[in-house]
Ligand binder design. Structure first.
Ligand code: SF4
Length: 238
């Protein structure tokens, strides 16, 4: 892909984005994110943290939805774009570039020129949670944002869930939408895929957190295979 300016989002998706950014539903998470944005990590003392809910990002015509857990406290909560500026993103974007979903392997800031093609990245919770652990109520609170975003991404054919919390959050969305009856028929395991009653493919992957990538639980070859598989399931050519 050549480097070009990102196109503006279609108006309905822009409205979803604005409503996410303005959300104050979870008092604990909003307080935490603002606090992190004020104290900052020493290496980022000269930066202004985003410190607001982080909306999804990518290609409005995406066929692949990549679903994570939540913004990192000093990653997306700092930069304002999913998986941008932290270890998870530094692991993921080179793989998305290699597999044809990202215009460049670097994802350091939201004005770095990175564009996605055929992919949209979002998370089940849009505010960084303490210890990366949102409460069940916070996940439920945020599910309306996921539903609104998915409602505008009409070409999605594959959903890649990064980690079990994203997987459970997406299953809850499917139950709420009446697409599946119960979650118990679906089990999370890396590399497992399901074809849902609406013919969307659900593909599971370990989350590319440092906890998984530093320990070798998830390596680059394993992660690359997930996105090669996502391309195939989505009917995308290289
Ligand atoms: S986690 Fe979601 S629902 Fe809760 S305040 Fe943030 S954007 Fe709103």
């Amino acid at each position: 892909m050549t480097r070009r300016a990102a196109k503006p989002l279609p108006l309905p998706l822009l409205r979803v984005r604005e409503s996410i950014i303005a959300c104050e539903r979870c008092t604990r998470l909003r307080t935490y994110c603002r606090g992190i944005g004020e104290t900052k990590r020493r290496a980022y003392q000269d930066q202004t943290y985003w410190a607001r809910p982080v909306p999804g990002f990518g290609d409005p015509h995406a066929r692949v939805l990549i679903l994570g857990l939540a913004p990192g406290a000093h990653g997306a909560n700092r930069t304002g774009r999913p998986f941008t500026g932290d270890g998870s993103g530094y692991f993921m974007y080179p793989v998305l570039h290699e597999t044809g979903f990202a215009s460049q392997p670097e994802g350091a800031s939201r004005d770095d020129g990175l564009r996605l093609r055929n992919a949209w990245i979002a998370s089940v919770v849009r505010c960084a949670p303490p210890g990366d652990k949102p409460t069940p109520q916070e996940i439920r609170n945020c599910s309306t944002h996921l539903a609104a975003e998915i409602g505008q991404l009409t070409r999605i054919r594959v959903v890649v869930c990064l980690g079990k919390i994203a997987f459970d959050g997406y299953l809850a969305h499917l139950v709420a939408q009446g697409i599946i009856e119960r979650k118990s028929a679906y089990r999370f395991a890396h590399g497992v895929s399901y074809t849902l009653p609406n013919r969307i493919h659900l593909l599971c992957s370990y989350h590319p957190s440092l906890r998984n990538t530093n320990t070798g639980r998830l390596d680059r070859a394993m992660f690359t295979r997930i996105f090669v598989q996502a391309r195939e399931l989505a009917g995308l050519d290289r």
